[in-house]
Write a protein that binds this ligand. Sequence first.
Ligand code: NAD
Length: 317
Amino acid sequence: MVCSAVFFSWGGFVQKKIVVTGGAGFIGSNLVNTLCRDGYAVVALDNLVSGRRDRLDDRVRFIKADVREPGALVGAFEGADAVFHLAALPRVQLSIADPVGTAAVNVFGTINALVAAQVARVRRFVFASSSSVYGNPPVLPTPETTELNPLSPYANHKKLGESSCGTWSDIYGLETVCLRFFNVYGPGFDPSGQYALVIGKFIMQRLAGTPLTIWGDGQQARDFTHVSDVVNACARAINAKLPGKANIINIGAGNPTKVAYLAELIGGPVVHEPARTGEPRNSFAAIRRAAELLDWKPLVSIETGIRMLKQDMGLCG
Ligand code: NAD
């Protein structure tokens, strides 16, 4: 247990309460289970549209609620030291197909969560932002100071979420931290479905014995980041001493992998389809700020991460 998970009051040691919206999702469930093991009193809030309650440690308190309905949030956030806001519909292609429905969750859900955090007097609000806010960045590796150029409604939703966090810090004094996650993968991710991300798609195709579909020439690169590294960064963001009230920090492996190389690691024949719109050519995080502010660095290489994932999924070779 990390000592920062408890504090002393006249009644004895008290666990700090942490709330994670989207806590039954892929990253959320990995995060709540880790925080629980670290000794925090953890609440996972999720509407279960894609999350699964059976992923959660028995000690996690689960609240079924929707971030589009503000009434449910203040009570859940009451007494929390920090809130992680992960609830979202995090799919680029879905946001192109349904920009309004996804904005209701990704934009207004975020504003509802900020209001609830402010009303409940939460100390720190951590927002799951995304590398997609950069679009096709002019600089690689991409530092946080790079001009934002979202290429899809989803990326724009994240940009609006970040600027809302800034507003809540400026006007209401809420401490906010926007963590820009870069292409997260690992245990608990959803490999199936129309909107699955590339690693999941490749794994499902390999399991089905069909060729791996590469959109475009495969030379596009993604900074695939293992979920254990992301969770470690989140845990550090709870108590890190940060400059000012509003901070934005890249969380990525800092090591771009070409999609064609990823297909080699997963194994099997490939087919090429035309490149899709709304998706950037390359992503590559500059991670110096995370090292300086969170004392964090990624530990899992893509080769190790994919080997572990293939073992978990019953794939060998
Ligand atoms: P996920 O889809 O597994 O998790 C999202 C969770 O939010 C799900 O459990 C879902 O049930 C819940 N949810 C959706 N709508 C909700 C609503 N209206 N009310 C309450 N809960 C709701 O996705 P993930 O990959 O774990 O992503 C978590 C966060 O990290 C998201 O905000 C996403 O945008 C961000 N992010 C993820 C990645 C990645 O590569 N996975 C990269 C960048 C940013």
